[in-house]
Design a protein around this ligand. Structure first.
Ligand SMILES: [Zn+2]
Length: 84
């Protein structure tokens, strides 16, 4: 699967690392993006729609998928592994 075609619902336990051309970067939880854009949006669409909070420019943003884990997602996921 192409990276840009990945839908948010497939990567819910992840964060996205976004970096603008102005070199401003931030981490956003995928869950937060789902609340804004819906779970069916692809990473390509996020890249086109995301607006830099520093320079207010839209699009042209570099996206990286980051897995941070954390228990706050355990309750949301339907297919998370159970720990003993
Ligand atoms: Zn920027």
């Amino acid at each position: 699967m192409l990276f840009g075609m990945i839908q948010l619902k497939n990567v819910l336990p992840h964060h996205l690392f976004l970096r603008c051309r102005c070199n401003h970067s931030r981490m956003v939880a995928v869950i937060e993006l789902v609340e804004t854009y819906g779970e069916n949006i692809t990473l390509d669409q996020v890249r086109k729609n995301a607006r830099c909070t520093a320079c207010k420019r839209k699009g042209g943003i570099e996206i990286r998928l980051v897995y941070v884990g954390g228990s706050e997602f355990a309750m949301r996921g339907s297919n998370t592994k159970e720990k003993e």
